[in-house]
Design a protein around this ligand. Structure first.
Ligand code: PEP
Ligand code: MN
Length: 263
C-alpha cells in the first residue's frame, strides 16, 4: 500500500482542507508543548501571519525523564481547539496511547505518532479506526524499510491518510541532538507515494540549525516542514534551545518560497 510501484502518482493528503503532497507544502509551526492558552494563541496568530497552514503543540509529551514536564494532557488539547477556533489553523498533536484515540479522532486534524512510538504496532493498528490523517515520525534508529513498514501497518489497518516525517536519527555525533538524514527525502519519495515532511527542530536540537536545514529539506524535495516556534524560548517548558522566535520563523518562510518554486 505504501509502495510507489503500485501507486505511481504522488498522494495528496487532505488535512481538514489543507492539501499536503504533490507540490502542496505543509507548513506546520508552534510550540513543543502547550503551556497555556495565552501562549498558544499568541504563537498561533504569529505563525499564521507568517504563512503557516497548521498549528503544532504537544499536549501529551513523551519525555526522557519522568520528572520533566509531561504536558497538560486533555486540558492542552482543549487549548489547541481554542487556538484553532481563533485562527482557523488545523491542529497537529501527538497521540501516545490508544486510550485517547476516540477523542483525538473527534478533535485533532492531524494525529502525530512520535518517533518513540513508530514501532508501537498495537498503537499503529488502532489507527485504522480513524480516517484522520496521521503524521508518522521516523523512529530514532529506524531504517527506511522499518519506517515504511510502520506506515504499511497504518494503511493495512484501514487508514490511507499517512504523511511521513523525517526528524533526524541517532548517530555517533553528540554535538547535535540527532543527525538530519536529508537523503531520506529523495529515498522515501522514490520508494513511496506518500508525502514526506521534515522536522529540523528535533533533528539538530539547536535553533540556529533550523533555518539552513529547513531550506536544504525543501531543496531536497520535502513536502513541508514542522518547526518549533516559541514566543519565549528562554523560559519554554520543553525544547526552548531548538525553538525559533516568531520573527525568525517569519524570515525563514519568506526565504523558503523562492526555494520551493525552484524545486
Ligand atoms: C515532538 O514533535 O514534539 C516530538 C516529541 O518529536 P519526536 O517524536 O520526533 O521526538
Ligand atoms: Mn519538542
Amino acid at each position: 500500500l505504501v509502495n510507489r510501484a503500485f501507486h505511481p502518482d504522488d498522494t495528496i493528503v487532505d488535512v481538514s482542507g489543507v492539501k499536503v503532497g504533490g507540490g502542496h507544502l505543509a507548513l506546520i509551526a508552534g510550540p513543543c508543548s502547550v503551556e497555556s492558552e495565552e501562549q498558544v494563541i499568541e504563537i498561533a496568530k504569529a505563525v499564521k501571519a507568517s504563512g503557516a497552514n497548521m498549528l503544532r503543540g504537544g499536549a501529551f509529551k513523551p519525555r526522557t525523564s519522568p520528572y520533566s514536564f509531561q504536558g497538560l494532557g486533555l486540558e492542552g488539547l482543549e487549548i489547541l481547539c481554542a487556538a484553532r477556533e481563533e485562527t482557523g489553523l488545523p491542529i497537529v498533536t501527538e497521540l501516545m496511547s490508544p486510550e485517547y484515540l476516540e477523542i483525538f479522532d473527534e478533535k485533532v486534524d492531524l494525529i502525530q505518532i512520535g518517533a518513540r512510538n513508530m514501532q508501537n504496532y498495537d498503537l499503529l493498528k488502532q489507527l485504522g479506526q480513524t480516517k484522520r490523517p496521521i503524521l508518522l515520525k521516523r523512529g530514532l534508529n529506524a531504517t527506511y524499510e522499518e519506517w515504511m513498514m510502520s506506515a504499511e501497518y497504518i494503511m493495512a489497518s484501514g487508514n490511507p491518510n499517512v504523511i511521513l516525517c523525517e526528524r533526524g536519527i541517532r548517530t555517533f555525533e553528540t554535538y547535535t541532538r540527532n543527525t538530519l538524514d536529508l537523503q531520506s527525502i529523495p529515498v522515501v519519495r522514490k520508494l513511496s507515494h506518500l508525502p514526506v515532511v521534515v522536522d529540523p527542530s528535533h533533528a539538530g536540537g539547536k535553533w540556529w540549525l533550523v533555518d539552513p536545514m529547513a531550506k536544504a529539506s525543501i531543496a531536497a524535495g520535502a513536502d513541508g516542514l514542522i518547526i518549533e516556534v516559541h514566543n519565549s524560548p528562554e523560559t519554554a517548558l520543553c525544547d526552548g534551545a531548538q525553538s525559533l522566535k516568531p520573527e525568525k520563523y517569519d524570515t525563514l518562510l519568506k526565504e523558503i518560497t523562492g526555494i520551493a518554486k525552484a524545486v
